[in-house]
Design a protein around this ligand. Structure first.
Ligand SMILES: O=C(O)C1=C[C@@H](OP(=O)(O)O)[C@@H](O)[C@H](O)C1
Ligand SMILES: C=C(OP(=O)(O)O)C(=O)O
Length: 428
């Protein structure tokens, strides 16, 4: 197994232009496919999750060109659903933003599609989405365990009507349903059951649907109405914002490292809810400055916080390691869904934080972290979870440095993360 030792860094100063948002990239690729007209995606993310979406679309016959650095993509839309005359098997890795939306989108046309993924994908639920699609007439069969991929879709189109969906495990189910609703045969009304988690991701979905010309009536995120006969129409060009979750590591580095770090490509005007990470960091005492498309974090004395982090589930992991540099305990609550992501993130986080000397209380849906007087050096296991690798890089700001096992797992969303981190650390 590859290991990366990060030597202690005392201070950072610099600027990082953040690569494109995973959430926007995969949504935009799918909507561009279903839309009429040609779409140019600017600042597309080049990472495993996007490669899985692109290779699925390519297998299905969607035509697109990519620039050499793969951040500029021009895609010719189908002007409607995908119709296939032979059976397809599509491997989607561990990309939730490919698996869930494609599962829904492939029910719209005709054909037989089998969706598979990495072993961890077979443990990540999809049942609430499949249940909702079945209410609209979809024929979906599980190949191994009920409620989990792999699965086979026998597509004949979706009827309209009222559909209930459970939003308490993942917002990606509602996102997937919203994106296909305009192409159902009749009007669709979506009623959300349970507490909707990760709610700000729905705003990204609605924003992109609007950019592609579809109107959705949103009644307090509990009921959505999508009129029939609305096709997606390409807006021509979609500019992908920098990824707000990816920005969190550098902002935390600025806040902990005692210098000043500016992230560009994402700021006050961002549609991504994870920019609120900067507010959580500010609540810990960091000095944050917002621009329309940049955020600056300056070092200051940090203190622990007690916060519901359901609205920033991905960037919240960065707060867990930033908490090691704060005075007093940090409690992060309402994050049960950490357990069903790339790994059981509550368990993984507790185990690895204890290795560096923190006192950790792990509950069903919360974690409380009391920092050690001085963190100790540890080899951090990353559980094939890009965010475990990236957030533990912050331990480079402790006198002991840190060793990251399997650093290559950042390729899911940020292939050159450690190169960027090293550039920043050496820029002072
Ligand atoms: O819709 C999206 O793009 C995402 C939604 C969130 O998932 P859940 O809704 O499952 O919490 C987030 O964790 C994931 O990285 C991306
Ligand atoms: C949960 C994540 O990914 P996915 O899109 O696979 O759900 C993540 O990126 O932290």
């Amino acid at each position: 197994m590859e290991q990366l030792r990060l030597e202690p860094v005392s201070r950072v100063n610099g600027e990082v232009n953040i690569p494109g948002s995973k959430s926007i990239s995969n949504r935009a690729l799918l909507l561009a496919t279903l839309a009429s007209g040609e779409t140019t995606l600017v600042n597309l993310l080049d990472s495993d999750d996007i490669r899985h979406m692109l290779s699925a679309l390519k297998s299905l016959g969607v035509s697109f060109t990519l620039s050499d650095d793969k951040t500029l993509c021009t895609l010719t839309g189908l002007g409607g659903p995908i119709h296939a005359s032979k059976a397809f098997e599509l491997f989607l890795g561990n990309a939730g933003t490919a698996m869930r939306p494609l599962c829904a989108a492939l029910t719209l046309g005709t054909g037989e599609f089998t969706l598979t993924g990495e072993p961890r994908m077979e443990e990540r639920p999809i049942g609430d989405l499949v249940d909702a699609l079945r209410q609209l007439g979809a024929d979906i069969r599980y190949l191994k365990n009920d409620g989990f991929p792999p699965l086979t879709i026998n597509a004949t189109g979706l009827a309209g009507g009222v559909v209930e969906i459970d939003g308490s495990l993942s917002s990606q189910f509602l996102t997937a349903l919203l994106m296909v609703a305009p192409l159902a045969k009749g009007a669709v009304t979506i009623a959300v059951k349970g507490e909707l988690v990760s709610k700000p991701y729905i705003d990204i979905t609605l924003d992109l649907m609007a950019k592609f010309g579809v109107k959705v009536v949103n009644d307090k995120y509990q009921r959505f109405e999508i009129a029939a006969g609305q096709g997606y129409v390409s807006p021509g060009k979609v500019l992908v914002e920098g990824d707000a979750s990816s920005a969190s590591y550098f902002l935390a580095a600025g806040a902990i490292g005692g210098g000043e770090v500016k992230v560009t490509g994402v700021g006050r005007l961002a549609v991504q809810g994870d920019v609120k990470f900067a507010d959580a960091l500010a609540a810990m005492g960091a000095d944050i400055e917002w621009g329309d498309d940049y955020i600056i974090a300056r070092g200051s004395k940090l203190h622990g916080i007690d916060m519901d982090m359901n609205h920033i589930p991905d960037a919240a992991m960065t707060i867990a390691t930033a908490a090691l540099f704060a005075e007093g305990p940090t409690r992060m609550s309402n994050i049960y869904n950490w357990r069903i992501k790339e790994t059981d993130r509550l368990a993984a986080m507790a185990t690895e934080l204890r290795k560096v000397g923190a006192e950790v209380e792990e509950g069903h849906d919360y974690i409380q972290i009391t920092p050690p007087a001085k963190p100790v050096h540890a080899e951090i296991d990353t559980y094939n979870d890009h965010r475990m690798a990236m957030c533990f890089s912050l331990l480079a700001f402790a006198d002991c440095g840190v060793t990251i096992n399997d650093p290559g797992c950042t390729s899911k969303t940020f292939p050159d993360y450690f190169k960027r981190f090293a550039n920043l650390a050496s820029a002072d």
